[in-house]
Ligand binder design. Sequence first.
Ligand code: ADE
Length: 421
Amino acid sequence: MAGEVQSWVLMATARAPTNIALIKYWGKRDEALILPTNDSISVTLDPDHLSATTTVAVSPSFKQDRMWLNGKEISLSGGRYQNCLREIRKRAGDVEDEKKGVRIKKEDWEKLHLHIASYNNFPTAAGLASSAAGFACLVFTLAKLMNVKEENGDLSAIARQGSGSACRSMYGGFVKWTMGNDADGSDSIAVQLASNTHWDDLVIIVAVVSSKQKETSSTTGMRGSVETSPLLQYRAKTVVPSRVLQMEEAIKSCDFASLVGLTCADSNQFHAVCLDTSPPIFYMNDTSRRIISLVERWNRSEVSPQVAYTFDAGPNAVLIAPNRKVAGLLLQRLLFQFPPLPDNELASYILGDKSILREAGLQSMKDVEDLPPPAEIKDKAPFQKFPGDVSYFICTRLGSGPRLLTEENQALISSETGHPK
Ligand code: ADE
């Protein structure tokens, strides 16, 4: 009998981006289905710099569903993973691989087990929405392997059940998550507002801010805000609907000044809701607030705003500049106030698109040490520097949505062993 065991392994590999909300999602009206209290709008970040890659393999020799994240086995028993697996299996189609001589009928998927390996190309613990990229990638890859015919709109509703903001990572560019009205959540989906080529001058700099403190998880924080914050109710009903319309208009017309005003105001209101929660939640720290002051002071010293800032449920800053030239000026200001620690190298302090360093005229640590104070603070009292308060910066841009990786060497699972490589 042992010699007759079928030993084929079929698999699919894909990569999906992370995203950052410009109009924030904060509050669920249904915890089980992950339905939000308001619409939200995000930008998708370049997957070359911030993404998840996932391989899903199927074989009759697999005894149970298993998953490895960044090389370590994790449990799939949580409701979020189970929701995604169940919803995709329900929609699975017939699959045929002629080369391998394999035919899987749609009803077979319920009996077949999966091995899943996923890898994030950025630190999972850095508070950079890894679960958004992770669940978008999982759902997209499962759907490809199982020949699910649904449009991405429907897939986004499945990704949403893994992690709310994952639905927005199903598209590139600018994306809106419409809150929907249906009780079953079928109309709570993501739609693309504009692709990443629509406004491709934008540069995004992420400041990964050192934080020793354990933050309140988004799920716990949101629940607290829904239960106790009167400001959340006002925000969801009165503020966000008109802000979403204005943001859609700003995106359509590439109106940077409006994008800055709306993005900064919405980030600040989200953190005000956190403070309005009982007990209050603090996601930003002193470094976050110093970055806000740096940007606000600069924006106010110019005729029109130079840079937008936004902060999610953690201390990291996401900064948006209108083009590479302004991004270079921003990097000068950031490195003047937050230089690396003395033994750090510039190349390991600026990740992603390092060419912005050239734009900033910075080739070495000596150039950073020699940076003059920015013009807008020249006449003020000596300016304090905070070496080491930022762990590193990631320079990136808008990116595209999930895509299949078809090269054999891009798979994270060995087709021979069915286990992570
Ligand atoms: N959570 C964080 N990263 C993830 C990933 N790559 N896949 C699934 N869940 C995740």
